[in-house]
Design a protein around this ligand. Structure first.
Ligand SMILES: [Zn+2]
Length: 368
């Protein structure tokens, strides 16, 4: 079965050209199988997800796919084309400064009154009604008489499509990073299917990202239903995968990550083919134990700690070189942490201001 291609308009340039995102779709063969929405490259420099989508399409076209699959590579045309010199900026809307991945809509559903009005519905009808509410909320936001910002238009247009799916996967990368993923706590067992060694287990707090936009309203509904004595599992799964470093395309590695996604889709019954997850150690930590380390002084940085490898307390994380202080005890300073950790990502540049977010590290890890 071949993917069909359409385009999704997400904005317009000053000179009138449309900003379009390619949409690839396989229609459902079995309406009871879960549907899938995967997007890549909402942050302009984080291109590897496109390669993963390419490999996914090649694999899926040879498989027995039951559920609807919708793939959006190149999901942020403005961000991807936001170049400066050799680099792609593309993390923040250049007009407003807002992170492109913090623009998704918090519907602020009054879950208690909505549930009271709909509690007579069976699970299937209840889920359908709630899904319609979320999609209509996106549409009415986009059609506001006051308009919406460029970033909101992009995000909420994507979100509206994501709400139609049962499984939402947002493909990102870190700056310089090892592979890791964000997984909601209720779904932590699912992390064991992906080809990703480190998982951040996240709570039900909306911070503006796509994965949270997809699962938070459903988690709230599930919790409220439970408080009313009705068992309702969260029917939506949503993950953000961080596929190593930005400004990097690696086709072999993309195939590896596509296999991990297929293992999850196989487990969920989206595809009839059996795809086994990679055998590898997997570790997690709670989001509260994911620590940011900020540069205590400015300078030139030698990043010493290897990403994805345990670093004992007191071992050198990075060296800060200060040529303006040559001959003093500040000329070369080794930085270390007071607790054991696994460094997950570091800043992309080797020169930093004081206070730059230098490393992000996992602490208090556990085996998944
Ligand atoms: Zn990102």
């Amino acid at each position: 079965m071949k993917f069909t291609q359409t385009t999704l308009k997400v904005g317009e340039l000053a000179t009138g050209q449309e900003l379009n995102v390619p949409v690839y779709r396989l229609l459902a063969q079995d309406l009871s199988a879960p549907s899938v929405f995967i997007q890549a490259n909402v942050h302009g420099a984080e291109v590897q997800g496109n390669a993963v989508i390419f490999q996914l399409m090649k694999q899926l076209e040879a498989m027995d796919v039951k559920g609807e699959v919708t793939l959006l590579p190149l999901a942020n045309p403005l961000g991807i084309n936001q170049k400066s010199g050799e680099f792609t900026l593309g993390r923040f809307d250049p007009i407003t400064g807002v992170n492109w991945n913090r623009e998704y809509l918090d519907h602020k559903v009054d879950v208690a009154s909505w549930y009271q009005a709909h509690s007579h519905l069976d699970d299937r009808a209840l889920i359908q009604a709630y899904r319609s509410l979320l999609i209509e909320s996106c549409q009415s936001h986009l059609n506001s008489e006051w308009g919406v910002t460029t970033g909101k238009r992009l995000a909420v247009t994507l979100q509206s499509m994501a709400h139609a799916a049962d499984i939402v996967i947002d493909l990102h990368t870190g700056p310089k990073s090892c592979k890791h993923m964000y997984c909601p706590e209720y779904d932590a067992a699912s992390a064991s299917y992906f080809s990703i060694p480190f998982t951040l287990v996240i709570p039900n707090d909306f911070g503006g990202a796509m994965d949270e936009a997809a699962f938070c309203p459903w988690w709230q509904l599930s919790e409220y239903a439970q408080s009313q004595g009705r068992a309702l599992d969260v029917p939506i799964s949503a993950f953000t995968l961080e596929l190593a470093s930005q400004e990097r395309i690696d086709m072999d590695d993309a195939l590896n990550d596509a296999q991990g996604i297929l293992a999850y889709l196989s487990h969920r019954g989206v595809i009839d083919d059996r795809v086994e997850p990679a055998r590898m150690p997997r570790f997690g930590c709670y989001l509260k134990d994911y620590k940011k380390f900020h540069a205590p002084t400015a300078g030139m940085v030698e990043y010493k700690a290897e990403l994805g490898k345990p670093l004992a307390a007191g071992e050198t994380l990075a060296n800060i070189l200060r040529l303006d202080l040559y001959g003093t005890d500040k000329e070369l300073t080794a930085l270390s942490l007071q607790q054991d950790c696994v460094p997950i990502l570091h800043f992309a540049s080797a020169s930093v201001y004081q206070g730059t977010e230098l490393y992000k590290v996992m602490t208090n890890l556990f085996e998944l």
